[in-house]
Design a binder for this molecule. Structure first.
Ligand code: PLP
Length: 405
């Protein structure tokens, strides 16, 4: 007699076999000695890391690490409780103040991760039964936030403001349900393009909905560091809810919401992912505070990134690589099938370039790609090596309808 434990493993094994057969198997590969541009792979070879989110090259910077070390020595590793119990420390308070100042908002509130920030915001502001409009290509954490909050999601076509207005209109007429919130990535995480924020803000105001922007990939990186709101020329007052993360451009970990004092006070009272979880280690907050300061002070990092992105796009369009329409450090090479994306990725790996393949369900079916991304610590030589290897991959594993590189 097989019990439920054996039956469970049998069911899981069947699902895993299916995943493998579809070419969608994912696994972690440990990297050592990352320096902001290169790292050592598990086989001991040095690889150029060209698919992370450490855009400013701060993740391996010794200064945030030193601040964390000092905090660890002073107060230990753990916060010991949730913020509202006994877990709040001067390090957290200082980071919240730095983030409010950095974003030009009245206040900011820390969350352990961007995933939890989004879940907290959506479930506190648009609970069960509310209607929330969302871009189809929003990050999984926003899609899940709507689902887990029990809200009704109305998905509009990517960056299509007319489609948003149309769907909001029919949701209102047919079901007597007004859209209360519009949710969008600022920079789309897999495509690198920007949401049309001024027009989205206008549409949201017309509908009477609150616009919330998740600027995980924009803050610190574009718009002179002020993110996608500045980069698109949007008035910040029209984006009342701004979500940012600290694990991408700022190179550390964690997330925050920035906005008006009433918004932040409300989230402290009602955002369950803030209330019912242990406060992050104070040392983490100490590191992030330094990283935010460095992102503000060291404008060369953004200038460097811009010039690397320009060099890459010029080279890639000269060899007719299927690039996406992105001016940010996220540069997708659109390859269609998961198998082709995997073949290109493996080819690059042999050339010492780490660019992992992004496959469904992270991107839509047929939308597999290499998501190339740059950091401020990459060199022109890194970019040129990448371009040469991409040319070779194009010759070996051509994209349908395109003459090989
Ligand atoms: C990465 C990301 C998140 C999640 O942030 P974490 O801090 O990694 O949980 C949320 N939104 C967007 C758009 C992201 O790219």
């Amino acid at each position: 007699m097989d019990g439920p434990a054996v039956e469970l493993d049998r069911r899981l094994t069947a699902a895993l076999d299916e995943r493998r057969r579809q070419g969608l198997w994912r696994r972690t590969r440990a990297l050592r000695d990352y320096d902001g541009a290169e790292a050592t792979a598990d086989d001991g070879r040095r690889v150029v890391v060209l698919c992370g989110n450490d855009y400013l090259g701060l993740a391996a910077d010794p200064r945030p690490a030193e601040a964390a070390a000092a905090s660890l020595r002073r107060g230990g590793a753990g916060a010991g409780a949730a913020h509202l119990v006994t877990g709040h420390r001067p390090e957290h308070a200082e980071l919240e103040e730095a983030l409010a100042a950095y974003t030009g908002r009245e206040a900011a509130l820390l969350f352990s991760t961007g995933y939890m920030a989004n879940l907290g915001v959506v479930s506190a502001l648009a609970g069960r039964g509310s209607v929330v409009a969302e871009d189809r290509l929003n990050h999984a954490s926003l899609i899940d936030a709507v689902r887990l909050a029990g809200a009704r999601g109305v998905r509009y076509r990517h960056a299509d403001v007319e489609d948003l207005a149309r769907r909001a209109g029919s949701a209102g007429e047919e079901r007597g349900r007004r859209v209360e919130m519009v949710l969008t990535d600022g920079v789309f995480s897999m495509d690198g393009d920007l949401a049309p924020l001024p027009r989205l803000a206008e549409a949201a105001e017309r509908i009477g909905a609150v616009l919330a922007v998740d600027d995980a990939h924009g803050l610190g990186v574009i718009g002179g560091g002020a993110g996608s709101v500045a980069a698109t020329g949007c008035d910040p007052a029209r984006v009342p809810v701004l979500v940012g993360t600290l694990g991408k451009g700022f190179g550390v970990f964690g997330a925050f919401v920035a906005g008006s004092r009433p918004l932040i006070d409300y989230l402290v009272q009602f955002a369950r992912t803030y209330i019912y979880t242990t406060a992050p280690p104070p040392a983490w907050a100490a590191a992030a505070t330094v990283a935010v300061r460095l992102a503000g002070e060291e404008a060369w990092r953004r200038e460097r990134l811009e010039s690397l992105v320009r060099r890459f796009r010029e080279g890639a369009s000269a060899s007719r690589l299927p690039l996406g329409d992105s001016q940010t450090p996220i540069q997708p090479v659109l390859l269609g099938s998961a198998e082709r994306a995997q073949a290109w990725s493996e080819w690059l790996e042999r050339a010492g370039l780490r660019v992992s393949a992004i496959r469904p369900p992270t991107v839509p079916e047929g939308g597999a790609r290499l998501r190339v991304s740059f950091t401020a610590l990459h060199t022109e030589e890194h970019v040129d090596r990448l371009l040469a290897a991409l040319d070779e991959a194009a010759a070996r594993f051509p994209v349908d309808g395109e003459p090989p590189g």
